[in-house]
Each structure stands twice: as structure tokens, then as C-alpha cells.
Write a protein that binds this ligand. Structure first.
Ligand code: NAG
Ligand code: NAG
Ligand code: NAG
Length: 471
């Protein structure tokens, strides 16, 4: 009972927290009208992070209206179904991919990531239960992520084992999220939601019950952190752009593997055959799957695809690169001269650079292969497969990657450097897009330019893969 009361209290605080911004009197009978009104007025300003919060508010109201508060997310959902507007709320929480490849039950968060709500809520709930009941944290992982991964690995013969991501129809007013390819059982949004569930669940469970965290405040800090100055350098640790970094610290590949196998055994016990007999074959599929998960989601940086920053199409016919490449060419943008620290700002900078490269320079597309923001994300330019226009005379030999900002007199932020130096390169080598002994050059070593700026160039001279140009 104490557990359920605690959950109710936590959810209630969300409403209290929001009410000073948006004072509405909520009671269960009015929920449909109120939510509609809330979304009409609030979500159009805030993007769909607000939808997430609205969902939480709805859950809080429903929990409060029950004589015995529901004890699990499943029973929350059942309770939700008994009030007005069940379709609306079900469509927010229930995860589903339609025949047309639209993914439901996901929201666009302010940092530009797409997150499925169901695994996020499961993780949060598990964290709250552990906080009250002293449940060991390791038993929480299956809820949020491991089962999804396990089932997807076992069924991967029929469909890809992981992903894909996708794109919203409109990022300022997002309604429909369409996947970029054949869906697996573990889409990027389910994985993001699962990771956030594990990270937030761990935070909640590690907290002293004497000083309960306000779930509302935690969610707002996590999803609505506003960065400034040099971006992540001065930001708190527990924010959504850092989800992969936080997850890497919490969960080793060995622990994840153990959890996936454990959750499959549980599934077999409770529900039935998940698609492959127990034993060596399952173990091999899980080992391979966890390796792929680590390579794709933990080694790689999060990459915002072209459709999500609002790219114009390539003009003409792109030339395919012959992979793996041997070089990485480092640039700064110089213009924009300021680092970008939010999804909106970085996306805007990407569109401005693409316009300049296409309309003023007369190129087919934005020149760079990838561009690194100071918001925790890498932005896709021409991507892994198409030749760029970044380093005259060398575009077929290497990737051109730029960090947004002017780094003549100062360095990029530590996290932006790490995205390029550690994550993007590990990702490229792991995916066999760069050779393992690739060479890093600054743009100025090959072309008469000051790029990537004096300060940044001094920095990359110290990188392990930096090379002088061979005559
Ligand atoms: C996105 O939606 C907003 C608000 O409805 C609208 O003003 C804008 O033109 C839309 N953008 C695109 C690219 O459709
Ligand atoms: C970049 O910064 C340097 C030094 O602060 C300055 O001299 C230069 O004009 C800047 N470049 C651009 C394109 O703003
Ligand atoms: C990288 O490794 C390949 C094959 O092992 C070798 O042929 C090549 O010379 C190496 N390149 C550099 C820059 O060390």
C-alpha cells in the first residue's frame, strides 16, 4: 500500500508542478475536455515533450481518483481505459507500428530525440517501487529494455534485429512519426525510452526515501534542460542528450547480456516460446545481438537524420563512396561562429549552411559528411555513403566532419570534442566505414585555409590518429 501511495504522490506532484504554469482544475470527469484544451494551448508552444507531461498528469489524476490506486503501469492503463477519451490516452502510451510504417506511442522530446513512452514509464515505475521496497536494481532492467531486445534478437531472421529510427512530419508541430525502414521489435524510439527508463529508474531507486524526488521536477530537468554558452560543458549529468553516456556507466555489456537472457527465460516461463528454443542457439543470438546493440547505440553518437533537421534534397546524383575510407578531415564551420546548444538552433544552423552551400556555392548539398553540435548530437550531412564537398581534392578519400563554431581562439566544448574524437570514429571503425588505422588531418593541411581554427588545430595535433601529410 505504501508503494502505491508513493506512486500516487509522485504523479500528483506533476500536476501541482504544472499548475502554476497552466492553472486548470482537473477532475476525472473532465479529463477529456481538459486534456484537449491543454494540448491545444500548451503543446503547440512546447512541442511534444508537453505531451509526455500531459500523459503523466493524466496518470496522476486517474491514480488519485481510485479508491485503491493502481499498482502497475498495466493497471494504470486499464484504469485510463475506463475514463473518457480512452483512445486518445491509449494512443499516447500504447506502442504500435501501423501497416504504413507509422510508429505510435512515441513523443518528440525537446532535444530532438524520439522516445517511446511505455518503456520509459515502466522504468520510472520500477525505480519508484525499488525506492520504496528495496528491490535490487538489477531486477528492473528486464522491464525497461532487456525483454524488448531479447525478443527482437530472436526474431531477427524475419526482420532486422534493431531499429530503425524515423522522422516526424513536422518538428514544430509533430503529429506523425514514420519509420525509415522495416521495423524490428526494438525500434530506436523503444530503445531510447528503455534507456531513459533505466537511467531515470536508477536515479529514483537510488534516492533516499526520506527525501523523495519530485518526479515532475526530475522529468522536466531531464527532458527540458536548457543549455547555454558552450553547451554540455556546464550542464548537469542527468539530461536526455546524455542518455547513452549515462547508460554506458550504469550497464556493462555483460550485465545487459545476462538481463536479456534472464528476461527471455522469464518470458518462456510466463508466456511461452519466444521464437527459439533455449540453449546454445538462443545464447549465440543474444551474444550477437548485444554486440550489435553496443556498436549501434553505445559506441555510436546519437545522429540526427537529415529529414529531422529539415534538409532540402540532394541536387543531382550523388557519388557513392568506396568503404572503408582511410581519412577523417576535421573542420570548423567558422560561420556560424557560435556553438549551437539546442536542437532547434543546431537544425537551424544546418539549414542555413545547406542553403549557403547549395545556393551561393552552387554545390549539390551541404558539403560536410557530418556536423557536430554542442547540444550532444551529431547531425547527418551527406552521411556515411555519399561523397562530400569538404576538402578539395580529397573528398573521395575521407569523411569531412565539422564542429559548429569558430575555433580560432578557443576550443570546442569537451563533450563536442568527445563526440567527434571518441564516438563518431569508434562508430565509423565499428561499422567498417573507416579503416582501424585511419588518419586524421585538419582541413588546413590539404587546402589553403585557416580551418579548423588555430586552437582546434593545435588540439587535434595531439590526437592519436593525427598524421602529417605524406608528400
Ligand atoms: C509545421 O507546422 C506549423 C504549425 O502548424 C506550420 O506553421 C509550419 O508551416 C509547418 N511546417 C512544415 C514544414 O510543414
Ligand atoms: C573567428 O575568430 C577569429 C578570432 O576571434 C576572428 O579573427 C575571425 O574573424 C573569426 N572568423 C569568422 C568567420 O567570424
Ligand atoms: C593501415 O593498415 C593497412 C593494412 O593493415 C596497411 O596496409 C596500411 O599501410 C596502414 N596505414 C597506415 C596509415 O598505417
Amino acid at each position: 500500500m505504501a508503494q502505491a501511495e508513493n506512486i500516487t504522490r509522485q504523479f500528483k506532484t506533476i500536476k501541482v508542478c504544472l499548475s502554476h504554469r497552466w492553472p486548470v482544475l482537473l477532475n476525472p470527469g473532465e479529463i477529456g475536455a481538459v486534456l484537449r484544451e491543454f494540448i491545444r494551448r500548451y503543446c503547440s508552444m512546447m512541442g511534444s515533450t508537453a505531451t509526455l507531461i500531459v500523459t503523466m498528469v493524466a496518470l496522476g489524476i486517474i491514480a488519485r481518483s481510485h479508491a485503491t490506486p493502481p499498482r502497475s503501469v498495466e493497471s494504470f492503463i486499464t484504469a485510463v481505459e475506463q475514463v473518457e477519451e480512452p483512445d486518445f490516452i491509449r494512443s499516447l502510451i500504447g506502442h504500435r507500428v501501423t501497416g504504413a510504417g507509422e510508429e505510435e506511442g512515441v513523443v518528440l522530446t525537446e532535444d530532438g530525440a524520439t522516445v517511446a513512452l511505455a518503456p520509459l514509464l515502466l522504468g520510472v515505475e520500477a525505480g519508484l517501487l525499488a525506492e520504496e521496497g528495496g528491490t535490487p536494481l538489477s531486477s528492473l532492467y528486464p522491464l525497461a529494455l532487456a525483454r524488448t531486445l531479447g525478443l527482437s534478437f530472436l526474431r531477427s531472421r524475419a526482420s532486422p534485429p534493431l531499429g530503425p529510427g524515423g522522422c516526424w512530419d513536422n518538428v514544430t508541430s509533430p503529429l506523425t512519426f514514420t519509420l525509415a525502414g522495416t521495423p524490428s521489435l526494438a525500434t530506436d524510439a523503444l530503445i531510447n525510452g528503455g534507456i531513459d527508463g533505466v537511467v531515470l529508474g536508477a536515479k529514483l531507486s537510488g534516492h533516499s526515501p526520506k527525501w523523495p524526488l519530485q518526479l515532475s521536477a526530475l522529468l522536466r530537468r531531464y527532458y527540458q534542460q536548457h543549455l547555454w554558452g558552450r553547451g554540455l560543458d556546464s550542464a548537469p549529468r542527468l539530461i536526455s542528450p546524455r542518455r547513452r553516456e549515462n547508460f554506458r556507466k550504469l550497464v556493462s555489456p555483460a550485465l545487459l547480456q545476462e538481463q536479456v537472457l534472464g528476461s527471455l527465460a522469464l518470458y518462456r516461463h510466463l508466456i511461452g516460446d519466444p521464437g527459439m528454443a533455449e540453449g546454445a542457439e538462443t545464447e549465440a543470438a543474444v551474444t550477437e545481438g548485444v554486440e550489435l546493440f553496443v556498436r549501434t547505440y553505445l559506441d555510436c553518437p546519437p545522429i540526427i537524420p537529415r529529414c529531422q533537421w529539415g534538409a532540402e534534397p540532394y541536387r543531382g546524383t550523388p557519388t557513392q563512396l568506396v568503404l572503408p575510407l582511410a581519412f577523417l578531415y576535421v573542420h570548423h564551420t567558422a560561420v556560424p561562429s557560435q556553438p549551437c546548444v539546442s536542437f532547434q538552433q543546431c537544425a537551424n544552423d544546418m539549414r542555413a549552411m545547406q542553403r549557403f552551400h547549395q545556393d551561393v556555392r552552387g554545390w549539390d548539398d551541404i558539403g560536410y559528411s557530418f556536423v557536430v553540435g554542442s547540444d550532444g548530437y551529431v547531425y547527418e550531412g551527406r552521411g556515411w555513403h555519399w561523397r562530400g564537398a569538404h576538402t578539395k581534392g580529397h573528398n573521395s578519400l575521407g569523411y569531412g566532419v565539422s564542429i559548429i563554431g569558430n575555433y580560432t581562439a578557443s576550443l570546442p566544448s569537451g563533450p563536442a570534442l568527445e563526440l567527434l574524437h571518441d564516438r563518431l570514429t569508434a562508430c565509423a571503425v565499428g561499422g567498417e566505414r573507416l579503416v582501424a588505422n585511419y588518419t586524421v588531418h585538419g582541413h588546413r593541411q590539404l587546402v589553403d585555409t585557416t580551418c579548423p581554427g588555430d586552437a582546434f588545430f593545435s588540439e587535434i595535433k595531439g590526437w592519436k590518429h593525427f598524421g602529417e601529410v605524406k608528400p
